[in-house]
Design a protein around this ligand. Structure first.
Ligand SMILES: NC(=O)c1ccc[n+]([C@@H]2O[C@H](COP(=O)([O-])OP(=O)(O)OC[C@H]3O[C@@H](n4cnc5c(N)ncnc54)[C@H](OP(=O)(O)O)[C@@H]3O)[C@@H](O)[C@H]2O)c1
Length: 278
């Protein structure tokens, strides 16, 4: 299956959907990720903290797809925001994958109370200039965090990966990313398969198109111009989640799904203004 792409402001093409890999680890994880790549995924999300960069790198090598055709992402943990730590962490990520370079490297959380995310981002830009990573980006950045790193480096993050699903559709953050030319990626795009999948609005939209609730939600992301990163272990679910490009939701259905927004619809209450992940 060929996945459509989005154009980032620096000319990078980003697949319209990617694979989440949190908890896909070891041999089983490597096989699962390799199967996903062979099934058509061309964007794989990982992080230093997921302890699976080795499995992801092995998967890229095990798959039948050329290295340059897969965008491999990792992320810098909060405990390594200091410049030298950040550089060593990126070097370690690249070594762990066994690949020559990573495609996207993101500051995982801004951790504003610690206040070193600008320094961390500067280190990532340096790693990009050394060829360790192709593109730099951020995750869980609020608009003021985006402005701070852009002002300090003149380098606009390619992506901002944030929590985003119908219970938490983030219209303001999406607009802020778009205004700055940043592609929004969605983590926990299906709400970690919680109640959202049984919500009557979701099941009705899905039934109208003869697709699953998960497919309806992922299609909603695609039509918003957001890149969802659903995590799935089995080949069946991986293929199901990729199969969202042959139907289209109506404006009414799009609005109905966005209308499921809850005041705090986050799955786990992780507000980047105060949440700290070290
Ligand atoms: N940047 C950040 O701070 C951050 C935070 C959280 C997550 N992430 C990234 O985003 C990715 C996705 O988020 P997530 O893993 O939290 O949640 P998610 O993708 O919304 O949901 C994953 C859950 O949905 C299940 N699932 C997948 N496809 C399904 C289908 N077709 N039908 C029914 N259930 C299905 C999975 O089951 P199985 O596992 O059994 O297949 C898993 O339990 C992560 O893996 C990670 O890469 C980033």
């Amino acid at each position: 299956m060929t996945i459509p792409t989005l154009a980032a402001q620096d000319g990078t093409t980003i697949p319209a959907i990617g694979l989440g890999t949190y908890r896909l680890q070891g041999e089983e994880g490597a096989d699962a990720v390799a199967r996903a790549i062979d099934a058509g995924y061309r964007l794989v999300d990982s992080a230093f903290s997921y302890e699976n960069e080795g499995a992801v790198g092995a998967a890229v090598r095990r798959s039948g797809v050329a290295r340059e055709d897969v965008l491999v992402t990792s992320k810098l943990p909060g405990r390594h925001h200091a410049h030298d730590d950040a550089v060593r962490t990126v070097e370690e990520s690249v070594l762990r994958t066994g690949l020559d370079y990573l495609d996207l490297y993101l500051v995982h959380w801004p951790n504003p109370r610690v206040g070193r995310y600008v320094e961390a981002y500067e280190a990532l830009v340096e790693c990009r200039d050394r060829g360790l990573v192709r593109h730099v980006g951020v995750s869980n950045f609020l608009p003021e965090h985006l402005d701070a790193v852009i002002a300090a480096t003149g380098v606009t993050p390619v992506v901002n990966q944030v929590e985003l699903h119908p219970y938490f559709p983030q219209p303001l953050q999406r607009a802020a990313d778009a205004e700055r030319g940043v592609v929004t990626e969605a983590w926990s795009p299906i709400g970690r398969a919680n109640d959202l999948l049984r919500d009557p609005v979701v099941t009705q939209v899905a039934a109208a198109h003869g697709v699953s609730p998960v497919q309806a939600i992922l299609r909603w992301h695609v039509q918003l111009g957001v890149v969802p990163l659903p995590k799935a272990s089995s080949p069946e679910r991986q293929r199901e989640n990729l199969d969202v490009f042959s139907f289209e939701l109506t404006t009414h259905e799009m609005n109905a799904l966005t209308g499921l927004a809850r005041a705090d619809g986050r799955t786990n209450g992780q507000d980047p203004a105060v949440y700290e992940e070290l």
